[in-house]
Write a protein that binds this ligand. Structure first.
Ligand SMILES: Nc1nc2c(ncn2[C@@H]2O[C@H](COP(=O)(O)OP(=O)(O)OP(=O)(O)O)[C@@H](O)[C@H]2O)c(=O)[nH]1
Length: 373
């Protein structure tokens, strides 16, 4: 039992460990370390993270999968770059319903190779050495992409992005195994279960003691570097992604909206993303739903309750273990990207005099007003 508890606390200790903790096998022997002579507009620090295969050759860890349902909030441990390993494995040509793509397989570890995920790059056209490549960073959604769930917009966004890059190469969809915004599939199912009781997508995670979003994108930086992509235009509605990728040193020169019409089952989800996580999505009337589904988001009273009946305080569980800044305002890094890329701003935000992004009320007269995409 002790080992089960250890496994559970290990899982909770870092969000990166919540994601598919697969064991490292002998894949090191296949590793191709990207060539140092590739010219990329990424920081010099990034150049050192594609490390040799030997560094990933660490002993396998013991322990077993825990059956515990304890969701203990823990402080976020930031990723130690020294332990980040992203290795290119192979490329193949893949014919799909959306056209032919180059499919590139990688292995990515944030703990020196003890555990890893397998990100892929779905590439259309020649991206090597290119600027302003259209890139979608897409995180796994088993429920919609495999099962056809209508509760979110993930599968449709993936299809849209593939269609986009196929029609206008060069472009890349980077597909990451970060299910449920990084909390993992089983936890996402637990969150769905709470959503059935009325909690929205944010409060359900919090009621479980899990972060709103614990996805990490060092693999994206390393894969772009490996492919020699110099700068990107990001296919997203999510300011956190722009912020996080920019902080990692990726040159984000613009944003391409990735809008999917709402349906009866995902309208509440889209509204929560817009209203609680500052996603750049249209207001109600243009979200696109023409269906009056039976399952609209439920009562505030239910949303304010934990499963055990205790009240969820406003702002509770949003401390330092969450990556998301709950203030609702973009950080300066995001503001800089907006200013630089001339991107549209979320509702209620505008460019201030110095190019910073400020709430509309605080914007001086003459500052351009933000509009949703
Ligand atoms: N925790 C949780 N994760 C969800 C839920 N619905 C979908 N997801 C996951 O959310 C991820 C997609 O994140 P979203 O917040 O929908 O969108 P995004 O990728 O951040 O933003 P875009 O780039 O604009 O698509 C996928 O990994 C899904 O598995 C939910 O209700 N709860």
């Amino acid at each position: 039992m002790a080992s089960l508890e250890r496994a559970a606390s290990h899982r909770a200790a870092s969000c990166s460990h919540v994601v598919s903790p697969l064991r490292v096998g002998r894949w090191q022997s296949l590793v191709h370390v990207s060539r140092a002579d590739r010219r990329v507009a990424l920081p010099s620090r990034a150049n050192s993270v594609l490390v040799s295969a030997a560094a990933a050759d660490v002993p396998q860890q013991g322990g077993s999968i825990s059956s515990s349902t304890t969701y203990t909030p823990t402080a976020h441990t930031s990723i130690d770059e020294a332990n980040v390993v992203t290795s290119f494995i192979a490329e193949t040509l893949l014919p799909t319903r959306h056209g032919k793509f180059r499919l590139r397989g990688y292995k990515h570890s944030t703990d020196g190779g003890a555990t890893f995920t397998e990100p892929t790059a779905i590439v259309s056209g020649k991206v090597e050495g290119q600027e302003d490549v259209a890139v979608r960073v897409h995180d796994a959604c088993f429920t919609s992409e495999v099962l056809g769930s209508l509760k979110c917009d993930c599968a449709e966004q993936l299809e849209l992005a593939l269609h986009m890059i196929q029609g206008a190469p060069p472009g890349i969809v980077i597909y990451l195994q970060q299910e449920g915004r990084g909390i993992g599939l089983a936890n996402k199912i637990a969150a769905y279960s709470l959503q059935e009781q009325g909690l929205d997508t944010v409060d359900a995670n919090r009621a479980l003691g899990l972060p709103d979003d614990c996805r990490e994108y060092t693999s994206v930086r390393n894969m772009l570097q490996d492919m020699g992509v110099r700068s990107i235009r990001l296919i997203t509605n999510n300011p956190r992604k722009i912020n996080t990728l920019t902080k990692l040193g990726i040159q984000v020169n613009g944003r391409i909206p990735c809008l999917v019409a709402a349906g009866a089952y995902n309208q509440g989800y889209l509204e929560a993303k817009r209203d609680r996580m500052a996603h750049m999505l249209p207001e109600e009337e243009s979200l696109g739903s023409s269906l009056d589904g039976p399952e609209q988001p439920a009562a505030a009273a239910a949303a304010a309750q934990r499963p055990n009946g205790a009240a969820v305080e406003q702002g509770e569980l949003n401390g330092d273990f969450c990556f998301w800044d709950h203030s609702g305002e973009p950080t300066q890094a995001v503001a800089t990207v907006y200013a630089k890329g001339g991107m549209d701003l979320p509702q209620g935000l505008a460019h201030g005099q110095d190019g910073r992004v400020v709430p509309v009320a605080a914007a001086p007269a003459g500052g351009s007003s933000g509009g949703s995409s």
